[in-house]
Design a protein around this ligand. Structure first.
Ligand SMILES: *[C@@H]1O[C@H](CO)[C@@H](O)[C@H](O)[C@H]1NC(C)=O
Ligand SMILES: *[C@@H]1O[C@H](CO)[C@@H](O)[C@H](O)[C@H]1NC(C)=O
Ligand SMILES: *[C@@H]1O[C@H](CO)[C@@H](O)[C@H](O)[C@H]1NC(C)=O
Ligand SMILES: *[C@@H]1O[C@H](CO)[C@@H](O)[C@H](O)[C@H]1NC(C)=O
Ligand SMILES: *[C@@H]1O[C@H](CO)[C@@H](O)[C@H](O)[C@H]1NC(C)=O
Ligand SMILES: *[C@@H]1O[C@H](CO)[C@@H](O)[C@H](O)[C@H]1NC(C)=O
Ligand SMILES: *[C@@H]1O[C@H](CO)[C@@H](O)[C@H](O)[C@H]1NC(C)=O
Ligand SMILES: *[C@@H]1O[C@H](CO)[C@@H](O)[C@H](O)[C@H]1NC(C)=O
Length: 395
C-alpha cells in the first residue's frame, strides 16, 4: 500500500477540486447556515461563495405548535431577507426550524392535526418574509415512531408546499432537513432509521451533519469530522455510505462540514497524536473553537500542524493544547469525495466561523495557500486513492 506524502495529498486534493469545477451542475448546492446572533451580520456573507443561505433558527411554540416570531426576530428576519434580495449573484434563502435545543417535535409530529398546524405555520412565515424554502433540523428523533411520523410529515409538507405554489403562482418552496451523520441511529436502546422512501420522494435534499464525531465528551484526542476512521465506523465516509447503502439517492445528499475545531488539554504533551489521552476540553468555548480562532492560535503559539492521512484530518498542538479541525486542504479533499459520490453538494456550519477572508469557503476558487504554516505529514496505512476505489466498488 502506498504512503502519500504531503505533496501527493495536495495534488490529489487539487485534481479532485478541478473535477468538481468541471462537472458542477447548476443545481449543485453550496450552502451555509447563518446563526441569528449579533457577532456576524448576514450582510457579511459573500454570496459569490454560496448558492443557499440558511437562517438558523426558528422554533415552534410548545402549545400552539406554530412558529414563534418575537418582535426582535421579526426585525432580524426582515433584515435577513432584505440583505439577500438585491444581491448579485443571488442566493436561495431557507428558513431553518429547530436546532440543537429541545423542541417539541416528537409531540407535534405524532398527530396529523398538529402536523398540519405546524406545516401551515412554516409556509405562512416563509411566505410572509419572502424565504425560498424551509428546513427542519430535528436533533434527533428518538425511536421508530418518531421516524415514521417524520416520514408522514415530509409527505404532508410536500403536498402543502406544492398546493401553496399552485395557489400563489410562486415557485414551490424548497424543502430540506438537517440529519444525523448516518441513516441509522444505533447507539441508543431504541435504534432507528430515517424514513428513506419518504426522503427520496418528498424532500429536495438532506443536509448530512458529517461532524461532531469526537469532542469534549471523549477522553482522548480525535478527528471531529474525519473523512475516514480506521478504528470505528464513525466518519464522513461511513455515514455517507450508510445513507447511500440504505437507498437514499446521492442527489438527495448534501455533505456537512464544520468551520470549527474541537480542543483538548493533553495528559502528556509528548503524547500528541490521534488517540492521545486528554485531561479536559480546553481552550475555546467548552472545547470548541471557530476556524479563524484556530488559525490565530496556531500563529500566536507557533503550533505544530499535522495532516493525518488515516483520518484525512488536520490537527495542531502547542504545549499541552491540541486542536482537531478542518482546513482548506481537508475541505478540498472532502468536496472531492462528495463529487466522486455524485452528491448534491456541501454545506458549512456556520457563517462567521471562517477567517475574515473566507479561507475555507473559497477553497474551490483559490490555490491552496500553505505558505503560512509548517506542515508535517504522518504516513498512512491506507492510501487515499485506495479508499476512493473501495467506496466506488462497495456502493
Ligand atoms: C467574494 O468572493 C469572490 C470569489 O472568491 C471574490 O472574487 C470577491 O472579491 C469576494 N467579494 C468580497 C466583497 O469579498
Ligand atoms: C404559545 O402559544 C400559547 C397559546 O397560543 C400562548 O398563550 C403563548 O403566549 C405562546 N408563547 C409564546 C412564547 O409565544
Ligand atoms: C410587538 O410589536 C407590536 C407592534 O408591531 C406591539 O403592538 C407589541 O406590543 C409588541 N410586543 C412586544 C412584546 O413588545
Ligand atoms: C414586523 O415588523 C414590521 C415592521 O418592520 C411590522 O410592519 C409588522 O407588523 C411586524 N410583524 C409582526 C408579526 O409583528
Ligand atoms: C390530534 O390532535 C388534535 C388537536 O390537538 C386532537 O383533537 C386529537 O384528539 C389528536 N388525535 C390523536 C389521535 O391524538
Ligand atoms: C393556514 O391556515 C389558515 C386557516 O385555516 C388558512 O387561511 C391559510 O391559508 C393556511 N395557510 C397555508 C399556507 O396553508
Ligand atoms: C476512555 O473512555 C473509554 C470509553 O469511551 C474507556 O473504555 C476507557 O477506559 C477510558 N480511558 C480512560 C483513561 O479513562
Ligand atoms: C457501525 O457498526 C455498528 C455495529 O455493527 C452498526 O450498528 C452501525 O449501524 C454502523 N454504523 C454505520 C454508520 O455504518
Amino acid at each position: 500500500m502506498a504512503n502519500l506524502n504531503l505533496m501527493q495529498l495536495l495534488s490529489l486534493a487539487l485534481v479532485l477540486t478541478a473535477s468538481m469545477n468541471a462537472t458542477a451542475s447548476a443545481t449543485a448546492v453550496k450552502a451555509i447556515y447563518w446563526i441569528d446572533q449579533p457577532l456576524f451580520p448576514a450582510s457579511s456573507i459573500n454570496t459569490s461563495l454560496f448558492t443557499h443561505v440558511y437562517y438558523a433558527f426558528l422554533a415552534p411554540n410548545a402549545t400552539s405548535f406554530k412558529l414563534c416570531v418575537s418582535n426582535s426576530t421579526n426585525i432580524t428576519l426582515t433584515n435577513f431577507i432584505t440583505t439577500f434580495r438585491s444581491r448579485i449573484p443571488t442566493v436561495t434563502t431557507i428558513l431553518s426550524i429547530g436546532g440543537s435545543n429541545a423542541t417539541p417535535f416528537s409531540l407535534i409530529f405524532s398527530n396529523i392535526t398538529t402536523r398540519a398546524t405546524f406545516i401551515n405555520s412554516t409556509i405562512s412565515v416563509a411566505r410572509a418574509y419572502g424565504f425560498d424554502g424551509v428546513d427542519l433540523d430535528w436533533e434527533f428523533p428518538q425511536n421508530s415512531d418518531d421516524t415514521n411520523n417524520l416520514g408522514s410529515l415530509f409527505q404532508e409538507w410536500r403536498i402543502a408546499i406544492t398546493a401553496d405554489a399552485a395557489i400563489t403562482g410562486k415557485p414551490r418552496l424548497v424543502l430540506t432537513a438537517a440529519v444525523y451523520f448516518a441513516v441509522y441511529f444505533s447507539v441508543s436502546d431504541t435504534p432507528w432509521t430515517y424514513p428513506v422512501t419518504s426522503i427520496n420522494q418528498n424532500v429536495d435534499w438532506v443536509n448530512v451533519m458529517s461532524y461532531n464525531f469526537h469532542g469534549s465528551w471523549n477522553n482522548d484526542t480525535g478527528a471531529p469530522s474525519g473523512l475516514f476512521n480506521p478504528t470505528r465506523n464513525i466518519s464522513v465516509v461511513d455515514g455517507l455510505k450508510s445513507w447511500i447503502g440504505a437507498g437514499v439517492k446521492p442527489e438527495k445528499l448534501v455533505m456537512g462540514m464544520p468551520l470549527y475545531g474541537m480542543t483538548w488539554q493533553l495528559q502528556d504533551p509528548n503524547v500528541n497524536g490521534i488517540g492521545a489521552p486528554v485531561v479536559r476540553p480546553d481552550p475555546g468555548s467548552n472545547g470548541a473553537m471557530a476556524y479563524f480562532q484556530v488559525v490565530d492560535f496556531n500563529k500566536q503559539r507557533n503550533a505544530k500542524v499535522v495532516y493525518d492521512v488515516d483520518t484525512m484530518s488536520v490537527y495542531s498542538y502547542s504545549g499541552s493544547y491540541w486542536i482537531g479541525y478542518d482546513d482548506p486542504i481537508t475541505v478540498t479533499a472532502k468536496v472531492g469525495y462528495a463529487q466522486a459520490l455524485s452528491l448534491r453538494g456541501y454545506f458549512f456550519w456556520a457563517a462567521g466561523y471562517d477567517t475574515n477572508n473566507w479561507k475555507i469557503s473559497t477553497q474551490e476558487t483559490k490555490q491552496i495557500d500553505h505558505s503560512e504554516q509548517e506542515y508535517a505529514c504522518k504516513s498512512a496505512s491506507n492510501s487515499v486513492l485506495d479508499w476512493k476505489w473501495q467506496i466506488k466498488v462497495e456502493l
